[in-house]
Design a protein around this ligand. Structure first.
Ligand SMILES: Cc1ncc(C[n+]2csc(CCOP(=O)(O)OP(=O)(O)O)c2C)c(N)n1
Ligand SMILES: [Mg+2]
Length: 386
């Protein structure tokens, strides 16, 4: 059993191979981590650190496993659809499933979630129907609004821009004496945005019930973490603002849930925000418009393949006799089937509607745009297009 979760242990657990721009942000340099808790509960062999085990029941463990498998099945199907011309550009989240599911696992319907663009695993877990996400990523406006009753913000493409508004929601909650909280996620690259520093500061000064989840996946498109920061420990930013901060192994679903439980309890008790740096790795493309082979040695990804969050949980489930290999395969097939059913529902809705291309742009359409629309509609009429 792995009993400790100190910085050295995490660093030793996650030594990566050496490559040109190897991402090993778990590597501890001799800097003072101050009050940052460094957390790993489920190690790569599937052993649990009992002192920080969130104590999920057998049923709950199987359920988080299924949620991660479903996220991966959706990710894989989206990529195939994009390559076949049926999906727009999107940002895959292969390898980040524990971050995705762990950060929203304990949220209630009253809590708010403000995601970045790489968060569809978490959105599915929050209750977004998969066909809606297919619609969203293929450009249909029906895909964008959060489903009725789900307190999610639309994701933001402008890096870091959604973090201050999330703090604003949390400040409102505090003033209404609600016991709810806001989870906002963003990447390591977003940490460089001034607005994110402002958000951390505002939240701490106000003791707003917000949890900042920085998904440090090693890359901001082609910029590796070590070229963007003089320190690889991004959780240190929180300490600079006086904020409790946790650096958690982001490929460890139990660690993610334990970190989130600590943070949400603090938020609900009126004790203010927490910064969680979830250390993970972007195994796939930045987006489908990207080719990482141009800027990274793919050998760098190998140690991270070994740290697969799903395989790691499966080791624990096998040890506890909860899941055999064949049953795991069956779950993968069931999840693929669910994704394919959602694709059918999406295909039944997603019919090209060329007459709508000028809609939803302006509340009051400027006259020159109205002229263009009229001209365009006349052309469609001439060509007999519905
Ligand atoms: C304000 C702003 N600047 C630049 C971009 C272009 N851009 C899109 S994604 C990205 C990298 C973001 O990296 P990170 O925050 O680590 O998130 P990740 O994509 O790794 O999940 C950049 C620079 C943008 N969308 N918005
Ligand atoms: Mg990143």
């Amino acid at each position: 059993m792995s009993m400790t979760a100190g910085p050295r242990d995490l660093a030793a657990d996650t030594q990566s191979g050496t490559t040109n721009c190897s991402h090993d942000c778990m590597d501890t340099k001799p800097i003072d981590l101050g009050d940052i808790e460094v957390l790993q509960v489920l190690d790569e062999q599937g052993n649990v650190n009992p002192t920080r085990d969130p104590g999920l029941s057998d049923e709950e463990l199987l359920s988080v496993h299924r949620a991660m498998v479903l996220s991966r099945a959706f990710d894989a199907r989206m990529l195939t659809m994009q390559r076949q011309g049926e999906m727009g550009t999107f940002a895959p989240n292969l390898g980040q499933e524990a971050c995705m599911i762990g950060q929203v696992w304990d949220l209630t319907k009253q809590d708010w979630f403000s995601p970045s663009y790489r968060s569809f695993g978490a959105q599915i877990q929050r209750g977004w129907p998969m066909e809606r996400l297919f619609l969203l990523w293929s450009g249909y406006h029906e895909g964008f609004p959060p489903p009725e009753g789900i307190n999610d913000m639309p994701f933001s493409i402008v890096i870091g821009s959604h973090v201050l508004p999330a703090v604003g929601i949390a400040m409102g909650m505090r003033r209404r004496h609600q016991q709810d909280c806001v989870v906002v996620n963003f990447g390591d690259g977003a940490m460089s945005q001034g607005a994110v520093s402002e958000a951390l500061n505002f939240a701490m000064v106000d003791k707003a019930p917000v949890i900042f989840v920085c998904e440090n996946n090693g890359w901001a498109i082609s910029t590796p973490t070590q070229l963007q920061y003089a320190t690889t420990h991004l959780a240190g930013r929180g300490i600079g603002f006086g904020m409790p901060s946790i650096r958690v192994d982001g490929n460890d679903i139990l660690g993610m849930i334990a970190a989130m439980r600590e943070a949400t309890a603090r938020a609900r008790n009126g004790e203010g925000p927490t910064l969680i740096e979830a250390v993970t790795y972007r195994l796939s493309l930045h987006t489908t418009a990207d080719d990482p082979k141009v800027y990274r040695d793919e050998a760098e990804t190998e140690p991270w393949q070994q740290r697969c969050p799903i395989a790691r949980l499966e080791r624990l489930l096998e040890q506890r006799d909860l899941l055999k290999k064949e049953a795991a395969e069956a779950i993968r097939s069931e999840c693929d089937a669910l994704v394919l059913e959602a694709r059918e529902r999406f295909r039944n809705i997603a019919k090209a509607r060329p007459r709508e291309v000028f809609d939803h742009l302006y509340r009051t359409t400027p006259s020159e745009i109205e002229d263009q629309r009229a001209e365009y509609l006349r052309r469609l009429d001439r060509k007999g297009v519905d």
